[in-house]
Design a protein around this ligand. Structure first.
Ligand code: SF4
Length: 410
């Protein structure tokens, strides 16, 4: 296996929210979707789509390029990560899923789907402020007000997962599957996905499969308790952007009491639900940089759920990054986070050393991120979008984030 090669095109299935197939999630940015002989995009809802993608010209050429040691364009995302000195998705996949050289030398191998990653359109029950109609159709009316009706047209009918063909074809490969990663919209409310998991759970293969979810945890369906324990394990990456009212403000119309009840349900039923890892993942943005410390302190109160956050830094939309806020405000926030980081580094909490180290790294990364750019010219857009959300949702930013009083000017 050469340096440019990655196991994923030989064992992975990735479907994006539109129902298009790619080499992996990085292929989206490179528009490396699979297409058929007539140049038409292969859609997951169509009969025979999985095998047509696997044997498509795009995939065969990609494997051919990798075997020849080329840096194929569909994989630019990984190369960019490696240029920064960080571990790429390729490096992780290659070590997690070793494969034999004979298979890796074939451009048209028999399909093997060990790792499945499915993005379920834009069916979500929330309309979070930093999200977009691509991920939640509930945001379409507000985006139509902000950017015109045409801007949201591409996000209608993102329902590929309703096709029974897809699930039947995937089911035929069930004995090879080791991991299924599920992302929305909101994957816990997709009934077709639950039906598929139930079918798998009635088969011996389920005990070999780890399920992982990116979820808003607004709703835990009752079948989770019955179906999850039949799998090898369940990993939950839970979105949470603040503690209490701030979370309600950002993750509208979720109510903190409902979310917290679900989080505690996971904590109290960890083994019964067969959860092997649950990590809370805040998206760091202009709205919550003032409250990073509160999020860390809140999570430290758990025992089974990871006691420190797995941070996700927001870059898009740019008007919601902390970079739009005044320099001085960001300096004050940085100091608050830095003081807390020093405390953590000195071990003035009861996290284990590994968790402490991870938390310190994340917090230092947040400080660097907050101060990495100045985009004051976007503050006007921040206000325009925020004010529209406030009116539509009956919320007032200063009631949720009083710290904005000096900068919001109202
Ligand atoms: S090299 Fe990177 S971008 Fe290409 S398939 Fe592997 S993980 Fe995806």
């Amino acid at each position: 296996m050469n340096e440019a090669q990655c196991v994923l095109p030989w064992m992975h299935l990735f479907v994006d929210s539109f129902g298009y197939f790619y080499n992996c999630c990085f292929g989206i940015a490179e528009q490396a979707y699979s297409y058929d002989e007539s140049g038409q995009i292969i859609k997951a809802s169509e009969p025979g789509a999985i095998l047509r993608h696997w044997n498509s010209k795009r995939m065969v050429e990609l494997r051919k390029g990798m075997i020849a040691g080329e840096k194929v364009s569909a994989c630019s995302g990984c190369w960019r990560v490696e240029e920064t000195g960080s571990a790429s998705f390729r490096a992780t996949a290659n070590s997690e899923y070793p494969m034999d050289e004979t298979t890796l030398s074939m451009t048209d191998p028999a399909p093997i789907f060990r790792y499945i990653d499915l993005r379920f359109g834009n069916l979500c029950n929330l309309a979070c402020r930093m999200c977009a109609p691509y991920s939640s159709r509930k945001l379409s009316p507000e985006f139509a007000q902000l950017y015109g009706a045409k801007s949201v047209e591409p996000f209608q009918n993102m329902n590929w997962f309703e096709s029974p063909h897809f699930w039947d074809e995937l089911h035929a490969h069930r004995h090879q599957i080791e991991k299924i990663h599920l992302v929305g919209g909101e994957p816990l409310i997709i009934k077709e996905c639950w039906e598929f998991l139930r079918r798998l759970s009635e088969d011996d293969c389920a005990k070999n499969i780890t399920l992982s979810y990116n979820t808003n945890l607004s709703h835990i369906p009752p079948q989770a308790k019955e179906i999850w324990p039949r799998f090898k394990g369940v990993v939950l990456l839970v979105s949470m952007d603040g503690v209490g009212a701030l979370n309600d403000f950002i993750r509208y119309p979720l109510k903190w009491e409902d979310f917290e009840r679900n989080l505690k349900f996971i904590e109290e039923n960890f083994e019964d639900l067969n959860v092997v890892n649950c990590h809370v993942q805040p998206t760091i943005q202009a709205y919550n940089i003032h409250h990073i410390v509160e999020i860390c302190e809140y999570l430290a109160g758990f025992q089974k759920i990871k006691r420190y956050p797995l941070v996700n830094l927001l870059f898009d939309p740019a008007y919601l990054t902390p970079h739009v806020l005044p320099h001085q405000y960001r300096e004050e926030i940085s100091k608050k986070i830095s003081d807390y980081t020093d405390e953590v580094e000195l071990g003035r909490n009861d996290l284990d050393p590994w968790a402490n180290l991870s938390l310190v790294r994340s917090l230092r990364g947040i400080i660097t991120y907050i101060n990495s750019e100045d985009r004051p010219e976007l503050f006007r857009e921040f206000q325009r979008v925020n004010d529209l959300f406030d009116v539509n949702r009956g919320q007032k930013i200063l009631e949720f984030i009083p710290e904005f009083l000096p900068i919001y000017g109202k």
